[in-house]
Design a protein around this ligand. Structure first.
Ligand SMILES: Cc1cc2nc3c(=O)[nH]c(=O)nc-3n(C[C@H](O)[C@H](O)[C@H](O)COP(=O)(O)O)c2cc1C
Length: 302
């Protein structure tokens, strides 16, 4: 597996496949499952300062082309960070703590708590499409991206990764995140979405609106990563519809140094991680490269 080793956002990973935030990373039991599945780093659920129960059900609807969800950032709050970090560290894996908030002060407090708990990096969620006052409302405004990332980066020494969704001014927003001290970006989060029951004549999700993930958003992720890599050549962690080696490889060729798997862990099961890793190894042999790093951004070459 030596050829699959990558460095991204200051982390050394034995292969490029980690979980996406929100899938199994809010409690130690979930972290254990991720470790057993073979992820190269554990990404936690987004933690907020106060515990959040989440939205009323239904919180997720499977679709033929992806998953529609409005979980509502349910998490145990700032005090839950340390147990999750400990569990991942016990397995010897780097741990990325995802944080979400509605003010610079909240982000600073969460970042400090994550560093104190032993996190290896912080992923700042600037892109949740359904939590009011949080996430996407920050990510769509480059000025706010700057202030939140700098509030986070200024209180920690560990790498800060800005997680953005596909927004109109994405390249500008990434530029602001970098200026504010982000070491890398994760692209993309779910896209704003909604479903209506035609007989009930009502929205299906308990929260009415939510986010779309899975295969449907994969081409959007490819484009987002391609555009950002073309502009800055920075470390990018790709997310969005990764469900096999091919979808993972596409994000790498667009410019991602590592990939995250979210929906496929739910729809295909935990073994998908091992399948992607093995598939990438075979692909590297097929195309004759010794290190996956040679493939990062390769689609940009003439
Ligand atoms: C059920 C669910 C919960 C999620 N929760 C979070 C979260 O807490 N923080 C976050 O940054 N992204 C969250 N996401 C977004 C994922 O991390 C990922 O960016 C997105 O789903 C695209 O990847 P995928 O197509 O592999 O699922 C969530 C996604 C799903 C499906």
């Amino acid at each position: 597996m030596a050829g699959l080793a990558v460095r991204v956002a200051g982390l050394t990973l034995r292969h490029p496949v980690m979980n996406a935030s929100g899938i199994l990373g809010s409690h130690p039991e979930g972290v254990k499952l991720l470790v057993d599945a073979g992820v190269s780093a554990v990404v936690t659920k987004s933690f907020t300062v106060e515990p959040r129960e989440g939205y009323p059900t239904p919180i997720a609807v499977p679709l033929p082309y992806g998953l529609l969800n409005a979980v509502g950032l349910s998490n145990p709050g700032i005090d839950g960070i340390s147990v999750v970090v400990e569990e991942a560290r016990r397995a010897g894996l780097p741990v990325v703590v995802s944080i979400a908030g509605s003010s610079e002060d909240e982000f600073s407090r969460l970042a400090s708590a994550a560093e104190e708990a032993g996190a290896d990096a912080i992923e700042v969620n600037l892109s949740c499409p359904h939590a009011k006052g949080m996430g996407r409302e920050i990510g769509i405004e480059p000025r706010l991206v700057y202030s939140v990332v700098s509030a986070t980066a200024s209180v920690t020494r560990i790498p800060v990764i800005a997680k953005l969704g596909y927004v109109d001014r994405l390249v500008e927003a990434v530029g602001k995140a970098l200026e504010a001290g982000a070491r890398a970006v994760t692209l993309i989060n779910t896209l704003p979405a909604m479903m209506i029951d035609v007989y009930a004549m009502k929205p299906v999700l308990g929260n009415l609106v939510g986010g779309l993930s899975g295969p449907a958003i994969h081409p959007v992720a490819v484009r987002a990563i391609y555009e950002v890599y073309r502009e800055y050549r920075i470390d990018i962690i790709g997310a969005g519809g990764v469900e096999d080696w091919r979808t993972a490889a596409e994000l790498v060729l667009a410019g991602a140094r590592a990939v995250q798997v979210g929906t496929a862990l739910v729809t295909r099961g935990l073994r998908v991680i091992g399948e992607i890793v093995q598939g990438l190894e075979r692909y590297m042999e097929e195309v004759g490269v010794e290190s996956i790093e040679e493939l990062v951004g390769a689609a940009h070459r003439d």
